[in-house]
Each structure stands twice: as structure tokens, then as C-alpha cells.
Design a binder for this molecule. Structure first.
Ligand SMILES: Cc1cc2nc3c(=O)[nH]c(=O)nc-3n(C[C@H](O)[C@H](O)[C@H](O)COP(=O)(O)OP(=O)(O)OC[C@H]3O[C@@H](n4cnc5c(N)ncnc54)[C@H](O)[C@@H]3O)c2cc1C
Length: 504
């Protein structure tokens, strides 16, 4: 029988999560690992989203790794090419390339109960690993709604995260479907180039001014020569966002002041009262992600733009039809309709104890312990798992906290000589019961909107209802009592015991 390659750890994905995991593993002295990536380069989100205007909406000095400061960020909110280049540099500086296998989509990961390790089938062969780190990203699989007749459309169709740069939008009649985070960056970037832009809006977003500016040479010099100045800047950006959390989570009524700024922003950008009314949301600000833009409203008010305030229902030949009966002939349809978030495709590919898939396990909603581990899926650690998303701060903070947890997870395996750890169902239940209790008062649940934060049953399984400092504390150390130990049949301890408490 052919022997499969075996690794201590197999990481899936090369976005911030997967690359961060690689750096952390090396720092912990783990070198026996592989990083599997379905694409042919690193970057995740920042490789796939190359649409015009793509940039982060959390300041770059915070939206980057704490262990890899970048004094050269060109802007307060840097664009996609710079973030992608940053991740390429991180890959090289931290020696990750030899560990990465590109074009290696993980088609299946199956827990082998006998051997007590994972069997992975990838597009480039099979391998086994003691521990799997899933960093496949919450926003990596585009979602295009099922629209009647779309397949008959004779023009160009693509999703914002799979931009077709070979297609020239110059002088075209374009429909932008959706008004979320990507769409509000795309609209002002393409409006001056296209003949006519039809923005198909189901629910308007709240949009705040974007405090963007170029980082000047003196600042860059200072950050390069005096690292403490970079740290101080990052610290301040972090602190401001930590203070905002209370309003989102405990006192949504405090969001009213922010709402006034957003209303004034609409008034400044749009003169026409009818258009102002169309783009003014009827839910509390913060319920959906607050978006940042200085040129979105002026682009909507431009003579070649039309906002259709109804969802897309049908495509008839080259005509799009919306729920209010509006019909417009277009040459291209761009979908800014988000991603598979609460139904992530990797869920169908990961099989835990008894062959059960993660998707089956999560049929009533995603749930994990400390956003990281799942009962019945031993030695599977997620980066940006359920309830680790943020409404207002940098996801890199959450990723780094999850990496602390991963490091302690691996240290616990070493210390106890266990083959695997399996989260106790009661630990997962009580962690999530507390999360959902805290969720009740949040603006995401009470603000009167339907958002991608909520799953089909209306439960918020995506966001973290607290500060990033709280999550950091919650993931600093693995709590042994929350796990059962699976001993190896033959290896390490020589024990054939099925399970035991983890020794603290
Ligand atoms: C346009 C856009 C803008 C954003 N802006 C911000 C922002 O300003 N601030 C913020 O905090 N967050 C932002 N986010 C959220 C962003 O997704 C996270 O901040 C972060 O980049 C996620 O990193 P990740 O590594 O978890 O996932 P990703 O970056 O999505 O990486 C996942 C990787 O896994 C790979 N993969 C997936 N499935 C498989 C498989 N089966 N086999 C092998 N490989 C696989 C993918 O190809 C990808 O490379 C933004 C997201 C988008 C889409």
C-alpha cells in the first residue's frame, strides 16, 4: 500500500488566517506542517477581491499583523494591491513558501477514528495530519442569488470578488446588484467610466465619512525609525474601536448620535430629496455593517446613475427586472451580493467522528467553542470560526487571538501526550448559550434589519459580542476541563484508553 505523507499540522488557506497560522507554528517550534491553498498565490480575500476601488475599511496600521508592522502603508486605508503585496512579503520574510502547496484545494478532510488523525484529499493528492487548521475564510466563496432567467443574459456577468479585468466597462450600461461593502467601493470607481449605472438596492446601507488620507514621508520615516511610534498609532486606533463596542453590544440607543452624522453625510452628498429618501435606511445604524465612503453618495447623484430601490427578481434577455416592476436593458451585471458566510462550503467537506459533516452538525446553526473547536471534530481548529467576526474593528486582532489558542492547543497535546482533543458538547453548549444571551441586546439583533450576520433562523452566529480584548482573554489558554482526551492506539503514550480528562 502506498504510504501517504504525514504532517503534524495541515493548514487550509493562505489568507491572513492561514499565513498567520504558519508564522505562529514556526514560532512555537513546529516545522512539520503544510499549508494547502486552492489558488496559485497567497492573499485570500486580498488576492480574490481586485475590483476597482477595493480597499480595507479598518485603518491599515491596525489591519495588519502585530508581529509584522508595516511603516510603509501608503494611506490610512490602503488599497488591495498594497495589502496583497504586504501578505506576499509576510510569506517571504517568515519563510512560509516551502510549506505552501498551491492549486491544492482540499476536497475532503475525514477524521480517521482508528488512526486518530485526519485524512485529507486535495486536488494534488492525499495526505494525513494530526491536526487540521481550517482558515478558509468567512468571505471567500461568492454568493450569487438564484435569479430567474440569469442564464439567458447575453452580456457579461460576474461577482465583485471575481472581477473580470479583461472586460472593458467603458461606455457600457451596467447593473450593480447590491449595496454592501464591496458595492459602495465599486460604484464611485466605475460610475465615471460607464454610460449608465443602475444600482439595484434591496436595503440601503448606512454610510459614514471615510477619514482617509495619504501617509506622508515623515510619518513613514518615524514609524520605520521609531517602532514605538507605530505601536502607539496602532494602540490608539485599537482603543477607539474598543470603546465603540459598548454601543453596539449593550446600548444601541447610543448609536443615534452616529446616525445623525450619517444623515448629514447623505444631505451633503445628495441634493435631490427623492434620492435622499431612497438611500436613507429605516433601521438603526450598526445593525448592518457601517460602511465608509466619501464618494458613494456623489456617485449615486451623478446624472448617469439611477438607484432602483427594489431587489432584482428576473433577467429577460438583456433586460433586468426588479421587484417594483422596473425594467432596464444592460450590457453587464455585477453582483456585489456577498458570500456564503453561515453556510460555508468547507462544511460539506469536513467529516468528523462517525463520518458526520460539519454542515450536518451545524444544520441548526454554526457553533464552536471559543470560535475555534467543535465537538465531534477532534483536532480541528478554526481560524475565524463562528462568532468571531467584528462589526467595527480589525479581524486581524481576532485571528491573532485564535492563533494563541492554537498554540496552547498544540502545547496541550504535547504536554499530555494525547493523540487528540475533542471539545466537550456541554462546553460548546454553555459557551454558545452565553454568547446568544449577550447577543439579545445588541444592535445586530435589535436594530430592525436583516443582515448576513444572521443565519436562516435569525441567530447571529457570525459576530463576537464583546471587545477584542475580551476575546483575547477568552482564547489565551485552553481550559482543559472543556475537552476530553483521545489517546493514541499505539503512539506516544502507548495507551489505548479511549478518553480521559486533560491533565491541567
Ligand atoms: C472586499 C473585502 C474587504 C474586507 N475588508 C476588511 C477590513 O477592512 N477589515 C477587516 O477586519 N476585515 C475585512 N474583510 C474581511 C476579511 O475577509 C478578513 O479580514 C480576513 O482577510 C480573512 O482572512 P482569512 O485568512 O480568514 O480568509 P481569506 O482571506 O478569505 O482566505 C481564505 C483562503 O482559503 C482558501 N481556501 C478556501 N477553501 C479552500 C479549500 N477547500 N482548499 C484550499 N484552500 C481553500 C482561499 O482560496 C483563500 O486563499 C474584508 C473582506 C472582503 C471580502
Amino acid at each position: 500500500m502506498a504510504t501517504r505523507e504525514h504532517f503534524r499540522v495541515a493548514v487550509i488557506g493562505t489568507g491572513f488566517g492561514g499565513l498567520g497560522a504558519g508564522v505562529r507554528l514556526r514560532r512555537e517550534g513546529v516545522t512539520d506542517f503544510v499549508i494547502l491553498e486552492r489558488a496559485d498565490s497567497v492573499g485570500g480575500t486580498w488576492r480574490d477581491n481586485s475590483y476597482p476601488g477595493c480597499a480595507c475599511d479598518v485603518p491599515s496600521h491596525l489591519y495588519s499583523f502585530s508581529f509584522a508592522p508595516n511603516p510603509d502603508w501608503p494611506r490610512a486605508f490602503s488599497g488591495q494591491p498594497h495589502i496583497r503585496a504586504y501578505l506576499e512579503r509576510v510569506t517571504d520574510i517568515f519563510g512560509l513558501r516551502p510549506h505552501i502547496r498551491f492549486n491544492s484545494e482540499v476536497e475532503e478532510a475525514r477524521w480517521d477514528e482508528e488512526a486518530r488523525h485526519w485524512r485529507l484529499r486535495t486536488a494534488r493528492g492525499e495526505l494525513t495530519a494530526d491536526v487540521v487548521v481550517s482558515a478558509t475564510g468567512p468571505l471567500s466563496d461568492p454568493r450569487i442569488p438564484d435569479i430567474k432567467g440569469l442564464e439567458t443574459f447575453p452580456g457579461k456577468v460576474f461577482h465583485s470578488s471575481r472581477w473580470d479585468h479583461d472586460y472593458d466597462l467603458e461606455g457600457k450600461r451596467v447593473a450593480m446588484v447590491g449595496t454592501g461593502a464591496s458595492a459602495i467601493q465599486i460604484v464611485p470607481a466605475i460610475q465615471p467610466r460607464v454610460d449608465r449605472l443602475t444600482v439595484v438596492q434591496r436595503t440601503p446601507p448606512w454610510v459614514m465619512p471615510r477619514m482617509d488620507r495619504g501617509i506622508n514621508a515623515a510619518e513613514k520615516w518615524l514609524h520605520a525609525k521609531v517602532p514605538a511610534s507605530h505601536k502607539a498609532r496602532r494602540g490608539l486606533l485599537w482603543l477607539i474601536r474598543e470603546f465603540q463596542v459598548g454601543a453596539f453590544v449593550r446600548r444601541p440607543q447610543l448609536m443615534k448620535a452616529t446616525e445623525q452624522i450619517a444623515r448629514a453625510h447623505i444631505r451633503r452628498g445628495i441634493k435631490d430629496p427623492a434620492l435622499r429618501a431612497k438611500v436613507t435606511p429605516d433601521y438603526t445604524i450598526g445593525c448592518k455593517r457601517i460602511l465608509l465612503s466619501n464618494d458613494y453618495y456623489p456617485a449615486l447623484a451623478a446624472p448617469n446613475t439611477e438607484v432602483v430601490d427594489a431587489g432584482l427578481t428576473e433577467v429577460r434577455g438583456s433586460t433586468i427586472v426588479t421587484a417594483d416592476g422596473t425594467e432596464r436593458e444592460v450590457d453587464a451585471i455585477v453582483f456585489g451580493t456577498g458570500f456564503h458566510v453561515t453556510d460555508m462550503p468547507i462544511g460539506d467537506r469536513i467529516h468528523g467522528v462517525g463520518g458526520r459533516t460539519l454542515a450536518e452538525h451545524w444544520k441548526d446553526g454554526m457553533a464552536a467553542l471559543r470560535g475555534s473547536t467543535i465537538d465531534g471534530f477532534p483536532n480541528l481548529v478554526m481560524i475565524i470560526g463562528p462568532n468571531t467576526g467584528l462589526g467595527n474593528s480589525s479581524m486581524i486582532l481576532m485571528i491573532e487571538s485564535s492563533l494563541n489558542y492554537l498554540a496552547d492547543y498544540l502545547a496541550t497535546l504535547e504536554r499530555t501526550g494525547a493523540a487528540a482533543l475533542n471539545a466537550r458538547p456541554e462546553a460548546v453548549r454553555s459557551w454558545n448559550a452565553e454568547l446568544q444571551r449577550r447577543m439579545e441586546r445588541t444592535v445586530w439583533n435589535t436594530g430592525g434589519c436583516v443582515s448576513w450576520y444572521l443565519d436562516a433562523s435569525g441567530r447571529n452566529t457570525t459576530l463576537w459580542p464583546g471587545t477584542t480584548a475580551e476575546f483575547r482573554r477568552a482564547t489565551q489558554r485552553l481550559k482543559p476541563q472543556e475537552y476530553e482526551v483521545l489517546r493514541g492506539r499505539t503512539e506516544r503514550t502507548g495507551s489505548s484508553e479511549a478518553s480521559a480528562e486533560v491533565a491541567a
